[in-house]
Every structure is written in C-alpha cells, then in structure tokens.
Design a protein around this ligand. Structure first.
Ligand SMILES: [Zn+2]
Length: 349
C-alpha cells in the first residue's frame, strides 16, 4: 500500500503509535478509538442495537477487502458517512500485509477458538495476533451489551462479516460460508443481507471449525459469515466496481437505511457439504486441472480423486468440488464436495 491510502495504512505501519492514540471525537459526535494496529472502533453518540464487525486480511494478500475497509474508514472519519451502529474494523494480519503474503508462518483461519494456544502454543506472530483479535472481539461485543442497557426482550444484534478473496476462479464469483450454527436455525434476514450484497450463493458448513467467523458464531451468538468476494489481485489492481454492491450494502447497513422486499427462496442458491475427501497416501492425485473453478460440477461416475488404490467417483447428480488442494499434508482435507439443495429444505427463521 502507498502512503496515500490514509489512516488505515498509518495504523498498520505505526503499531506503537496506533496503540497509544487518544480517542478522537468527530464533528457528528462519533468517537473513534484505535485499539491496536488495524483495529479501529467507531462509536456513535446514540448507537442503534446492532454491533457490526467488518474484518479483512485474515489472509494478508487478499487485497480488495482491505481497500474496501480503508474506503469505509475514510468515509466515516471524514463524516461523509455517519454510522448508526457501533462498528469495529479489524485488519487481521498486518505483518502478512506488510510482506504481501497470505501469512507469515501459519494460516490464521485455522487458529481461532483457542487453536492459537494448542499444540506448540503461541510460537509465532499469527498465533499471538489471533489471541489478541479474540480479545478485541470479546471486548467489542461485551461493551455493547454492558454499556448500552441491554434489553433482554430485544437483545443486541451482533453482525460479523469476515471478508476474503479466493486464490482460484469460482463458478460463482462471490459466495458466503454460513458457519455451523450448533443446531440453531438459519436466518432469513441474513440471507436477504447476503443477497443484497451481491452474494447470493451460500455454502453451509456442517461442523465446528477454527475459522474466524465460526468463533464469532460460537462464542458470541453473532450472525457471522466468511465472504469470498472474488479472485485475489495485487494492491491497486482490483477492479473495485466489482465490489460496488458489497460497499453499497455495507454503507446501508452502517447507516441503518436498508429496506427489503419479502424474502423469495429463489433469491439465493444454497449448497451443503456432501463429503470431505482426505489425502491418506503419498500417492494421491486429483483427476482435474489444478486451476479448476470452485463449484465445478462433474458427471456421475467421474473419478474425482485417487488416494493410493482407492478412487472417489461422483456419487450423486450435481456433486461439485470446492477448495481442491492435492498438496496437503497426509491426513488433511484435499477436497470438499458440495451439492445444491432447495432453500425450502432449510430450518429458517
Ligand atoms: Zn482468505
């Protein structure tokens, strides 16, 4: 990023100064606090009952969401945009951004829900930072509940969008991962918000994970999502017009000006996980090109993968592949297969 990118760049490059920065009061009464490098909280004088976290750069080379957050931060700081909600921007991995890589030592999106301290413990920057991020999320959501006379009849709503861009192409350019809900129903309003963002394709995760979005679901009952917003480009080379619908919807959310029509089940396309194919042998291969797009569908009987002697033919009409990676360690997931299901079959409230 260049120096022209403003306040966010400044907080990323000036870790110590950022942490020591005194709160600033904007002309519209909103307070701006910098809790740490890339951790910025806006508190309006009379916040509504929705607390919003927008996070990006859990993977440091996923540039477009950082540019999007930077733009929103600048608009809020300059008063062009006035937030109705408490809102926290969380730029997850400044160390990886500063070297232009996905991560420095470890994939941060496998380190949440305490995984940062498991195994070898807090042995690297990603693990230390993940632990801190968990504490910032807790502080942000808990301060909202404590300080603002939380009404049990009408509890505060917690929203968290963790924004990513993908390494590979995707049949569906933008899609959301709806984390495991611990058996609780899915929310119609959340599907409407995703649709309004231009993210009408939703993959339901079928179990607990160590991702950032599941952490917010599991520990804070937040409506939290991992958003995949398109393919990675270097800073300054992202076609930001492709993110216009996301930005417009986020601005509507921040200013509390969104209105929706009646939900139509045809508005969204829902996928559920069929199976996870793990690599158990050194002699392992995927039977399609490395750059195949996410959500590519293969014909019935087609051998998707070979693990030693074992083959994995397509079992169900419509079985599609996501996140293929033949080069994972033994015992790890090399491929997930998914299938579209009718929206009506969801447990929706
Ligand atoms: Zn990512």
């Amino acid at each position: 990023m260049t120096q022209d990118n403003g306040f966010l760049t400044w907080t990323l490059a000036n870790e110590w100064h950022a942490a020591a920065l005194a709160p600033v009061k904007l002309a519209n009464g909103t307070q701006v606090d910098v809790w740490d490098s890339g951790v910025i909280v806006f508190t309006p004088p009379n916040p509504n009952r929705c607390d919003i976290i927008l996070s990006c750069a859990v993977h440091g080379d996923e540039t477009a969401p950082i540019e999007l957050c930077s733009e929103l931060i600048e608009r809020l700081r300059s008063g062009l945009l006035t937030s109705s909600s408490r809102i926290m921007f969380l730029i997850a991995n400044p160390a990886a951004i500063n070297v232009g890589r996905r991560f420095v030592e470890e994939n941060m999106n496998r380190l949440f829900s305490g995984a940062h301290s498991a195994g070898p413990g807090l042995v690297n920057k990603e693990r230390e930072r993940t632990k801190k991020i968990e504490s910032y999320v807790a502080r942000f959501f808990n301060e909202g509940a404590d300080a603002l006379h939380c009404d049990t009849e009408q509890p505060r709503e917690r929203l968290h969008y963790d924004m990513h861009t993908a390494i590979r192409d995707s049949t569906h350019e933008k899609f959301a991962i709806y984390p495991y809900q611990n058996g609780q129903p899915y929310k119609t309003r959340q599907l409407q918000l995703l649709k309004a963002m231009g993210v009408p394709v939703i993959l339901l995760h079928d179990g607990p994970t160590t991702t950032f979005s599941y952490f917010s679901v599991n520990e804070f009952g937040a409506n939290a999502f991992t958003l995949e917003l398109g393919k990675v480009r270097p800073f300054g080379q992202n076609d930001m017009s492709r993110f216009a619908s996301v930005q417009t919807m986020l601005e509507g959310l921040i200013t509390d000006t969104l209105e929706f029509d009646q939900f139509d089940s045809d508005d969204v396309l829902i996928y559920q996980v069929l199976r996870s194919i793990n690599r158990t042998k050194e002699d392992f291969e995927l039977n399609f090109p490395d750059n195949v797009a996410n959500f590519t569908e293969f014909p019935l009987g087609y051998d998707l993968a070979r693990d030693g002697e074992l083959t994995y033919p397509v079992e169900v009409e419509g079985e599609s592949v996501v996140f293929p990676n033949a080069n994972v360690a033994l015992g790890q997931r090399a491929l997930l297969t998914v299938i579209a299901i009718p929206t009506e079959s969801l447990d929706l409230v």
